[in-house]
Design a protein around this ligand. Structure first.
Ligand code: ADP
Ligand code: ADP
Length: 238
């Protein structure tokens, strides 16, 4: 599903990613762990070109992703066209939810399908309601994000990403901004997605998720994957 070859990212003189190589199969759930500053978030953001890699090859869903940056490090117009294709295949969930505060929950979820997939509104609404039901928040469809708890907002963010029918979901510390009592409702939803066969890459500090749910754990240090393997191998069998 995802193939990363010799990926590098530097900011000025600083190499944040140094020669990252990894292949992720369809349906695989991969956790990325490691110390703060290791480049975990940057790696995730390079996969959907939120950051433009400095060098390296990226293949998503069998298609090579051609990116080209201008002098300011922004994608060229040519690459922008590709970007839309990429963003429909790769869903992303952020630590800070990133919902549109002035749109209702329902409007947040139908935005992508109507604007990018050009789905007729009624169809987009039907689909959004299905997804909101799946994440247990259909009753909040008319609310604004600010009236929801953090856990609820994150579940909406997941529904919004799923509405694009992505082939892979990236999670960047999805529970780190949540009060402890709200972490489980988000983790439970992620476990459900994993069991349904969604391809997932999860940067996380939740060791129970990494250990019990992922097929593989990548350990990153100083811009490189220094160890990887099935959780039992990496953490040892309890
Ligand atoms: P992690 O997710 O593992 O904590 P990050 O990918 O967020 O690590 O960051 C890796 C390193 O890259 C850090 O040292 C960070 O300071 C640096 N970094 C991230 N973004 C930028 C940026 N836009 N400009 C300069 N340095 C950055
Ligand atoms: P609901 O049954 O309404 O979905 P839950 O039982 O899942 O709610 O628990 C979340 C609770 O937190 C809800 O009552 C929700 O209204 C409340 N809440 C609303 N806004 C916030 C907020 N900003 N921070 C924390 N909790 C909030």
């Amino acid at each position: 599903m995802i193939h990363i070859n010799n990926l590098q990212k530097t900011y000025g003189e600083t190499a944040v990613l140094k020669d990252v190589n990894v292949t992720i199969a369809e349906g695989e759930v991969v956790s990325i762990i490691g110390p703060s500053g290791a480049g975990k978030s940057t790696l995730l953001r390079c996969i959907n070109l939120l950051e433009v890699p400095t060098a390296g090859e990226l293949t998503v869903d069998q298609k090579p992703v051609h990116y080209r940056a201008n002098r300011k490090g922004k994608l060229t117009m040519m690459s922008q066209y590709r970007l839309q294709w990429l963003r429909t295949r790769v869903g992303m969930v952020f630590q800070q939810f990133n919902l549109w505060p002035h749109k209702t929950v329902l409007q947040n979820v139908i935005e992508g399908p109507t604007v990018i997939h050009r789905l007729p509104k009624a169809e987009a609404v039907r689909k959004a309601e299905e997804l909101l039901d799946k994440v247990g928040l259909l009753h909040k469809a008319g609310e604004y994000p600010g009236n929801l708890s953090g856990g609820q907002q994150q579940r909406v963010a997941i529904a919004r990403a799923l509405a694009m029918e992505p082939k892979v979901m990236l999670f960047d510390e999805p529970t780190s901004a949540l009060d402890p009592e709200l972490v489980n409702e988000v983790l439970e939803l992620m476990v459900r997605l994993a069991k349904e066969g969604m391809t997932m890459i999860v940067v996380t500090h939740e060791m129970n998720f990494a250990r019990n749910i992922s097929d593989r754990v990548l350990f990153m240090e100083q811009g490189q994957i220094t160890r990887q393997g099935p959780p039992d191998e990496l953490f040892g069998n309890p």
